[in-house]
Ligand binder design. Structure first.
Ligand code: BG6
Length: 498
């Protein structure tokens, strides 16, 4: 690699120390980042090269996994870090940025230059304009933008227009770190590298699909951002819908940037638009309330009093195409749930005729397949088997595959994988402008409805539970229930409408 330089806007923020620097160190350790490279942190905090290196050195001790820490390598890596204090919202710093880049790279046209926008979303539209004005949008540059990309369809379209005026689409990398997860990519391998599941993967055999991404933490110290974002913008419009796309898409001809991303967009465009009735009947939003020693959302720092921001969403989606027509996709995400788990559960239809009755009078359950993205990454297939002995008692058993059975190679962090792809110039796993707009086109009406309809329900759920009881009703058409490792609280008095 010739001289590679990466400029991180928002370098004093959380994401840089928690994810970006550890990811870059991993690439360095794996010798994916070699030779003469510079990482330049930019933000308003007054560091210089030396104090930024010291700050990052300390943070690296916390945020790099112990088994990956190599003191000698970490010390070498830190010498590649540099810093420029500037306000990315103002023009004046960009000339200094240019000079610093020339000093670091010895050229004003570095052949591999990467901008990373890890700033508050309000700057996503500002920085590309300034880069363009300062002629820093060079041919060899690429720009990674964090989510949420826009707050609505309109603002996402406006952002796309700004980016298109400064960069070519191939230079814009809208990051969704879920797509960088090995196990999310493995959904594609599972579906398209094996001949036996794909014939079943459709409305003839699948009853319904669940997509869950829940966490057992609250919003921590991100109140300012979260209160203006909410679960729909933070998780659903990007991460969850990506998982739906991986599960529902048609096989791409090749795994490349056009073929793969075309299929993603087709799924988004096939989502059946929600009607007014669906907003209340097929969408459940919740907010965690105080429970035991756990704070309620409204007690968290930087949350507006009486906030109606949702920390939980469950929805029923329909994909109106030949393969999936009539098969509901139930998706949900939430903060302060009993556990952290991201998984897709495919429920297959029952056998056409029930030949066996269990000793308790019930029939064997239909098969289900769990694709577990995290933790305990792997796959579980539930099948009915005969219990040894007299009679014909059929019991549900699990065939388990865990990802670590694939052997030696440590699973690379999602950010490391995605930054590496960007350095190599491969945008396949990044969101294209049409995909971001297609996703917003579907979700935006829900946000508008909540905005305009004060009486739209927002359900409180005690922190540490599986969310509003109303989300169970979503599935009642299918006489189905969410796959939860444990049940919700039975004391329904603790649930209330907010
Ligand atoms: C981020 C969201 O994009 O994803 C967070 O902003 C969320 O609110 C996080 O906690 C979840 O990611 P992961 O990889 O920990 O499941």
């Amino acid at each position: 690699m010739n001289h590679f330089a990466m400029i991180i806007f928002g370098a004093s923020g959380d994401l840089t120390k928690r994810k970006l620097i550890p990811a870059l160190y991993t690439l360095y350790k794996e010798q994916r980042l070699t030779g003469n490279f510079s990482i330049l942190g930019v933000s308003r905090t007054k560091y210089d090269d030396q104090s930024f290196q010291t700050y990052m050195w300390e943070e690296m001790q916390h945020f790099i996994k112990k088994e990956l820490q190599d003191e000698h390598l970490m010390q070498e890596f830190v010498t590649h870090l540099h810093y420029l204090p500037m306000d990315p919202a103002k023009d004046e710093g960009y000339e200094r940025l240019k000079e610093k880049l020339v000093t670091l790279t010895k050229t004003d046209q570095p052949d591999n230059l990467l901008y990373y926008l890890s700033t508050p979303p309000s700057l996503y539209g500002e920085i590309p304009k300034h880069l363009k004005a300062a002629k820093l949008n060079t041919k060899g540059s690429r720009i990674i933008v964090e989510k949420p990309f826009g707050y609505s369809l309109e603002s996402a379209q406006a952002l796309n227009a700004i980016y298109a005026s400064a960069f070519k689409e191939q230079q814009v990398y809208r990051i969704d770190h879920f797509l960088g997860k090995e196990t999310a990519q493995n959904i594609l391998a599972f579906r398209f590298a094996n001949g036996i599941f794909e014939p079943l993967w459709n409305r003839n055999y699948v009853n319904y699909v669940e997509v869950t991404a829940v966490e057992n933490l609250g919003i921590e110290n991100r109140g300012g951002y979260y209160d203006s974002s909410g679960a729909l913008r933070d998780m659903v419009q990007n991460h969850l819908i990506q998982l739906v796309a991986l599960t529902a898409m048609e096989p791409p001809l090749y795994f490349d940037e056009n073929n793969f991303r075309n299929e993603v967009v087709k799924v988004y465009n096939s989502l059946k638009p929600l009607t007014k009735v669906d907003f209340d009947e097929h969408v459940v939003r919740g907010q965690y309330t105080v429970s035991g020693d756990k704070k309620g959302y409204r007690e968290e720092k930087n949350i507006a009093p009486g906030s109606r921001t949702e920390t939980y969403i469950a929805m029923r989606l329909n994909i109106d195409n030949w393969r999936w027509s009539g098969v509901p996709f139930y998706i949900r995400t939430g903060k302060q749930m009993p556990t952290k788990v991201t998984e897709i559960v495919v429920h297959f239809k029952e056998t056409p005729h029930q030949m066996f009755t269990r000793t308790d009078g019930t029939h064997p359950r239909p098969n289900k397949l769990i694709l577990r993205i995290q933790p305990n990454e792997g796959m579980v297939l539930n099948i009915g088997m005969k219990v040894p002995g007299a009679g014909f008692d059929v019991k549900e058993v699990s065939m388990n595959f865990t990802y670590d059975q694939l052997g030696g190679t440590p699973v690379m962090d999602a950010y490391a994988r995605l930054i590496d792809d960007c350095i190599q110039g491969d945008p396949t796993l990044f969101t294209r402008s049409d995909a971001v707009e297609a996703s917003w086109r579907f979700f935006d009406p829900i946000l508008k409805y909540w905005n305009e309809t004060l009486e739209a329900p927002l359900y409180g759920y005690p922190a540490g539970t599986w969310g509003p009881l109303e989300s169970d009703k979503l599935m009642s058409d299918h006489a189905a229930e969410w796959t939860n490792p444990c049940k919700n609280l039975t004391n329904t008095d603790l649930y209330c409408e907010l």
